[in-house]
Design a protein around this ligand. Structure first.
Ligand code: ADP
Ligand code: MG
Length: 644
């Protein structure tokens, strides 16, 4: 029996566990990544240690004896160059056996899975090899530098000490140690690979801690070799409590990176102190890059709530959902410390903080939209699709959000692609009463939609709305500057009152009688497929397009509702026909004997309109047959006969 086994002879036998499938995949990617900056592992382990200290501090509010004789939170790094190990130790909350299996064997964070998928998909792409560095991937980053990781932990209030161990090859073991094996808290020991042994050097560690974790609100000490005294390398002073004048931009960036687990630069920093009836400090960051799980339906904000510098929860929904990309914290001087997290949620004090904090973020966005438009547009490009959710979620701030919103429109140019609603309204044509929009799912297709023709001909600007959320906020009742929003794919286009920009005034607004008869024919030929066929004033170049009847959802919203199964009986579209189009005029002129051909043409026109909307033919087989017959008719007689 070896010495180690002997010392564990009174313990339960160790048990082997397999990692959850996603973890195994992540570990593989991590270990084989060519990403060079492996040092992010230290930031992650220190962040976890600080979280553990803060969770203990919170639980001790209700149960002070958890602190025992060791009340001051601390993080200690212990290096051993000879053994090539680095330990990150804390006296925080610790983990039970079940905590370990759960927390270190599965992927808990919602963003992590999206991250892995992205990383796996981009395996060979050089740019994406930097992803690991840009986004925190938590505890597992330890395997970028370690051949084996041992986690020794004892939960606050418990006697049991557990040892979790893994070489990151698909399994881990959990072993119980004698009760006095360690004091409260957790020690993560990394058995470093040969090529990263510099992580046992004092200077390297000091530099990394200062750069990455200098503002963690728990003091950090370093024991540079076995037997040495711990030396403090970071004092654990809360950055947000310092006067602004003492904080450099670099301090903010480091703090942002450690709190957000991202490695980019913040695009906007909102640091302010509210005093008076409510006393609290907020420090918010708008990230420079999109987190992976931004559109995850479960994604909630992660603003941390502190009370007098004690971490309470990151689940207090401080900011509304449409600001879920904002990272940071609120520290209140007024909230009571000794109430449960649930009670805090209902506190009127917290409601006032929520309101004040939300207002502050929006007014900062307004300020830079005004003063630093370039910086603002970058934020809008990254997070505009999320901010727009607020237009229908937050009635109270709807006008403010509409004023912030920027759009691609038919008036966008390469030099200035984004337009505000203020720009739009200023450019409205005489007699134009509505703000027109075209919603869909692809900007390029929107740009070439036939629905825009009549608007372009009159120089009437149309908002192009490619985000799914767009179909929801442009609902009846929403207006800007007194102007309602109106879909160009719905109802009558109302363009007759607006003069054409190209001076090609349509002489006759009445269709010639033959076209009128043809329109009636189309209606009977298409039968149930459409609710109406009528002349269009929105078409100038295309022959046909489909529009939605007035009143219901527009074409884009209808598609979204139908695909979500929320629209059992979709309203039938209206087929609009361009009475001046050559094809329509020619078809209208065909003799009664050409009835079979005209019928094929009617259906093909309908399917053409669907295709232009990005839809597929209703019945592909029939579509192909009709197309075949019509094509054959265009061929010389002999060839067509040969083909038949
Ligand atoms: P995250 O910190 O985002 O939850 P990690 O992968 O960094 O993700 O950590 C996973 C979990 O492991 C943590 O949520 C926590 O429950 C547990 N954990 C990690 N390190 C410690 C520690 N030092 N003390 C207590 N629990 C820890
Ligand atoms: Mg973590």
């Amino acid at each position: 029996m070896t010495v180690t086994e002997e010392s564990r002879s009174d313990s339960r036998p160790s048990q082997a566990h397999a990692f959850q499938a996603d973890v195994a995949k992540l570990l593989h990617l991590m270990v084989h990544s060519v990403y060079s900056d492996k040092s992010v592992f230290l930031r992650e382990l220190i962040a976890n240690a600080a979280d553990a200290c803060e969770r203990l501090r919170y639980e001790a509010i209700a149960e002070p004896k958890l602190l025992g004789d060791d009340p001051k939170p601390r993080i200690t790094l212990a290096a051993d160059a000879e053994k090539r190990t680095l330990a990150v130790e804390d006296n925080g909350i610790g983990m039970s056996r079940d905590d370990m299996v759960e927390a270190l064997g599965t992927i808990a964070r919602s963003g992590t899975k999206a991250f892995i998928d992205r990383l796996a998909a981009a395996d060979s792409n050089a740019e994406d090899n930097t992803l690991i560095g840009r986004f925190g991937v938590g505890f597992y980053s330890a395997f970028m530098v370690a051949e084996r990781v041992d986690v020794l932990s004892r939960r606050a209030g418990s006697e049991a000490t557990w040892l979790w161990s893994s070489d990151g090859q698909g399994t881990f073991s959990v072993t119980e140690l004698p009760a006095d094996a360690m004091r409260r808290g957790t020690r993560v020991t990394l058995h470093l690979s040969e090529d990263v042994k510099s992580y046992t050097e004092r200077l390297t560690l000091e530099r990394l801690v200062k750069a990455q974790s200098g503002h963690v609100p728990v003091p950090i000490a370093l024991i540079e070799k076995p037997g040495a005294e711990p030396a403090e390398i970071s004092d654990g002073a809360a950055l947000w409590a310092k006067p602004k004048s003492d904080i450099t931009p670099g301090d903010y960036t480091d703090f942002y990176r450690s709190i957000a687990g991202q490695f980019d630069d913040p695009a906007l920093i909102v640091h302010f102190r509210a005093e008076g009836r409510q006393d609290y400090t907020t420090l918010f960051f708008v990230p420079g890059a999109r987190p992976f799980d931004l559109f995850d339906p479960d994604r909630k904000g992660r603003i941390k709530l502190y009370v007098k510098r004690v971490f309470i929860t990151d689940d207090a929904d401080i900011l509304p959902r449409y600001l879920r990309f904002v990272r940071g914290l609120v520290d209140s001087a007024d909230l009571p410390l000794n109430v449960s997290r649930e009670k805090i949620q209902e506190s009127p004090l917290l409601a006032a903080i929520r309101k004040g904090a939300t207002h502050r973020v929006l007014s900062e966005l307004e300020r830079i939209a005004d003063k630093e438009p370039v910086a603002f547009l970058k934020i809008w490009e990254t997070f505009g699709a999320v901010l727009k959710e607020g237009i229908y979620e937050d009635f109270e701030r709807r006008d403010a959000l509409l004023a912030l919103a920027r759009f691609k429109t038919t008036a966008s140019t390469d030099a200035s692609p984004w337009r505000s609603l203020k720009d739009y309204v200023a450019a409205m044509k005489p007699n134009q009463t509505a703000i027109y929009y075209l919603a869909g799912d692809d900007l390029e297709r929107l740009k070439s939609s036939p629905h825009l023709e009549g608007f372009r001909a009159r120089g009437v600007e149309v908002l192009l709305l490619p985000d799914p959320v767009d179909s929801f906020w442009v609902m009846p009742g929403v207006s800007f500057d007194g102007k309602p929003f109106k879909s160009v794919t719905q109802g009558a286009a109302d363009l007759a009152a607006i003069a054409r920009a190209d001076a090609k005034e349509e002489a006759q607004t009445e269709a010639p009688p033959a076209v009128k008869i043809f329109i009636a024919f189309l209606k009977s030929a298409l039968g149930e497929a459409v609710s109406d066929v009528r002349m269009s004033d929105r078409l100038t170049d295309s022959a046909v397009c489909l529009v939605a009847p007035e009143g219901g959802p527009d074409r884009a919203l209808e598609k979204i509702l139908a695909s979500a199964g929320r629209l059992p009986s979709a309203a039938k579209p209206i087929l609009e026909v361009n009475p001046r189009h050559d094809l329509i005029v020619a078809l209208a002129g065909l003799a009664e004997s050409d009835r079979a051909f005209k019928e094929d043409a009617a259906h093909l026109l309908f399917e053409e309109a669907r295709l232009l909307d990005g839809d597929r033919p209703v019945d592909p087989r029939q579509f192909a047959d009709r197309l075949g017959r019509v094509l054959a008719r265009g061929l010389p007689r002999e060839a067509a006969a040969g083909a038949a």
